[in-house]
Design a protein around this ligand. Structure first.
Ligand SMILES: C[S@@+](CC[C@H](N)C(=O)[O-])C[C@H]1O[C@@H](n2cnc3c(N)ncnc32)[C@H](O)[C@@H]1O
Length: 692
């Protein structure tokens, strides 16, 4: 097969095409609903029977622009992601990504490489409070729009304005911004993946509606109410005047599919301050049942404390006084913790213990449902279970985690107001746009990701808390999770009181004044901080930075007003201001390869050849390949390919304009060189040879 040039209609010329993906899925389910490649709606309706909604008034949230927002998610991106090794840490080895750009374009560009591969998504979008910035997408040319907004064209760019309630499209603008992003994010999740979104009252109702629509109501798991503040300080005055003050924010939890439920989840534990006096039985070593009160009195030091604090005498201590005793006597506290297996609560016997008999007042152990129970029979003849205190004496997940009595947390997440008191300091960067506590995100991950691996994505990264939380949790539990974090280089305004400190911070670290710089700086500092506190941690402390930009190739700039002319005029398809690694990254995106793959290079026949992803992609982007060099170059590539022992299909790419001039017989050298190269590569099993 001759070498194929990549044209604007080539799949290699696009980021993941969601429409094509949808059609392919539909076709596997209903092949009979397709006629000559198009969907026959009449047949499809027949196949779906009574499940088709045809009434004009339909249930669901509607707003002006919804159709367009849906369309926006389906339109492939014309942009690319350019590597920025100078901003990155451990470029060659890291599996983490920080992507600078508008997340709509980025989510589109990630489709080919990451569809179905992300385990967890957390987002903390602008809440639409009237003060925060809501990104205005531009349907005609979103990359230009992005470049304009971020000051990359038309001079300096402006600090971004906020969505004001008075603009008449307040909720509409927000929904138009959120809908396509959530739609695209869903496709990135793995079948067993989970999605979390933080929100407050401003848009919680609307967000719930679009999440239900994008994920399906059946995949809604819960709404967490997170206590972010208490009724104190200025709030007290309002509360005293009868205002219901705000204490909570919400986190919506959705799964991609029921496969999420099959994965084990880690319950989170909240500490309890008091001792539960139901735990009053004592399992003596001779298997008789005694009382905790007697056991405490039998300990000389504790008996002395009981007498000293007037809580009993030599012969009597009531379990009702144990909470007081524990606040006063360290000896008693130590005793309890040393005897968690011996202290027990008397409870109903499990169903699996029915029919068993024990002697009255004697305990015996019993295994059921992967747990050890202790059974006894009371004087009235009732069989009872003895639940040891060790079963709910654990390290809590509280602000200052402590070992003690715990309860399993439900959807009321208390105590995060304590973290909020310290949040400004977390991550060691100045960020005024709503930093979330690291502990909140760590706990969402901890609950849902007991495998301790997989990709965790946050596409409204802000200061980079999610990246920080991923590294911190990996250091805590030895996990191997990686992160992808996306942040707009939103320009900071020195004249805005709230942003001034962040502007000064950027000046101090000698970086441009935008939010993406804060994200990167936080991740760098977080990695160093975690390492200095956990010397033994040898996890991934790096990240590759990629930046959104227009495509590297003229021909692929499919929205260009002068596209046809560009194609004819441009013998050189690669833009002159782009370097080889830019093009390699565009190829990774378009071939759907992992963006953290290994990249090797070698000089073959005087030309630099790149082997990417262990040789899945071989690329030589040299500007000149003569007919006389083609054979040796092809053989060199084949040789290297063999050494790499690549599994799966291999794509080989060359620069189209490299094949120029004429050969000895006066024939156009392009044809000869291209044909020779392709032939040799094909003979050695590399059939997919392309020029760009
Ligand atoms: C509420 S903040 C997130 C704060 C973050 N959770 C933290 O703890 O620092 C939302 C962030 O989303 C960013 N953002 C807004 N629109 C965006 C877009 N279209 N693409 C990427 N980031 C965007 C904003 O710049 C802001 O930093």
């Amino acid at each position: 097969m001759p070498m194929q040039p990549v044209t604007a209609t080539d799949p290699l010329a696009h980021s993941g095409d969601v429409v094509q993906g949808n059609l392919a899925q539909l076709k596997t389910l209903f092949p009979e609903a397709f006629t000559e490649g198009k969907v026959d709606f009449d047949v499809l309706k027949q196949l779906l029977g009574g499940a088709v909604e045809e009434r004009e008034e339909k249930y669901g949230l509607n707003w002006h622009g919804k159709r367009r927002a849906r369309q926006l998610a389906l339109t492939p991106s014309t942009g690319t992601l350019r590597p920025a090794p100078e901003d990155s840490v451990d470029w060659d080895t890291t599996q983490n990504l920080m992507i600078e750009g508008d997340n709509l374009e980025v989510l589109k560009l990630l489709q080919k490489s990451y569809a179905g591969k992300v385990k967890l998504i957390y987002i903390d979008p602008p809440y639409n409070t009237g003060k925060d910035f809501v990104y205005p997408d531009d349907f005609r040319d979103n990359i230009k729009n992005y470049q304009r907004l971020t000051g990359q064209v038309d001079g300096e760019g402006k600090a971004t304005g906020s969505n004001r309630e008075a603009n008449g499209r307040f909720h509409t603008d927000w929904l138009n911004m959120m809908y396509p992003r959530i739609r695209l994010a869903r496709d990135l999740l793995s079948q067993d993946g989970v999605f979390f979104a933080s929100i407050d009252d401003s848009e919680s109702a609307n967000l719930k509606c679009i999440l239900d629509e994008c994920f399906g109501e059946e995949n809604f798991i819960d709404t967490l109410a997170v206590e972010m503040s208490t009724t104190s300080g200025p709030k007290t005055v309002n509360a005293q005047q009868g205002t219901i003050v705000k204490n909570v924010e919400f986190v919506y939890v959705y799964r991609k599919s029921a496969a999420f439920d099959e994965r084990p989840h880690t319950p989170l534990l909240d500490g309890i301050d008091f001792y539960d006096t139901h735990y009053s039985a004592w399992l003596n070593d001779d298997r008789t049942l005694g009382s905790l009160s007697d056991a405490l009195l039998a300990d000389e030091k504790i008996r002395a404390d009981i007498i000293k604090y007037g809580l009993g005498d030599r012969d009597g201590f009531s379990i009702k006084s144990i909470n007081k005793l524990l606040t006063l006597s360290d000896n008693a506290k130590t005793f309890i913790e040393a005897n968690l297996e011996k202290i027990a609560r008397i409870d109903r016997a499990p169903v699996s213990a029915q029919g068993r008999a024990t002697e009255i007042g004697i305990w015996q152990s019993f295994e059921a449902d992967h747990r050890t129970y202790f059974l006894t029979t009371l004087a009235n003849g009732n069989l009872q279970a003895l639940m040891p205190l060790s079963l709910n004496y654990r390290m809590s997940d509280d602000y200052k985690a402590r070992f003690g009595r715990t309860v399993i947390r439900g959807d009321l997440w208390k105590g995060f107001h304590q973290d909020m008191g310290n949040v400004a300091k977390e991550g060691d960067v100045v960020f005024a746009n709503g930093k979330k506590p690291i502990r909140l995100i760590k706990q969402l991950i901890k609950w849902s990701n007991s495998e301790k691996d997989g990709i965790i994505l946050d596409f409204f990264a802000g200061s980079g808390t999610t990246a920080h939380a991923v590294m911190q949790l990996n250091a805590d539990d030895g996990g191997k999770r990686s992160f992808i974090t996306v942040q707009l280089p939103e320009i900071l305004d020195p004249n805005d009181k709230e942003q001034k400190a962040a502007v000064d911070f950027c000046d101090e670290i000698n970086k441009p004044r935008n939010i993406a710089e804060l994200t990167k700086e936080r991740i760098r500092r977080a990695a160093k901080g975690i390492k200095s506190e956990n010397k033994a941690w040898d996890g991934d402390k790096g990240f590759r930075v990629l930046k959104l930009d227009s495509s590297n190739l003229h021909a692929w700039d499919a929205t260009s007003a002068t596209l046809e002319k560009d194609l004819v005029d441009s013998a050189e398809h690669i833009k002159t201001d782009r370097v080889e690694t830019d093009v390699l990254y565009e190829l990774l995106l378009k071939l759907g390869l992992d963006l953290c793959v290994s990249m090797q290079q070698r000089v073959v026949e005087g030309k630099t050849v790149h082997a990417i992803g262990g040789g899945v992609l071989m690329a030589c982007l040299d500007t000149r390949i003569d007919a006389a060099e083609a054979e040796a170059l092809a053989m060199g590539i084949v040789q290297w390919q063999r050494e790499l022992k690549t599994e799966g299909e291999v794509t080989c790419v060359f620069r189209d304009s490299a094949f120029g001039g004429t050969d000895a017989q006066g024939r156009p050298a392009a044809d000869v060189a291209k044909t020779n190269l392709s032939k040799i590569l094909e003979q050695h099993g590399i059939a997919n040879v392309r020029s760009i």
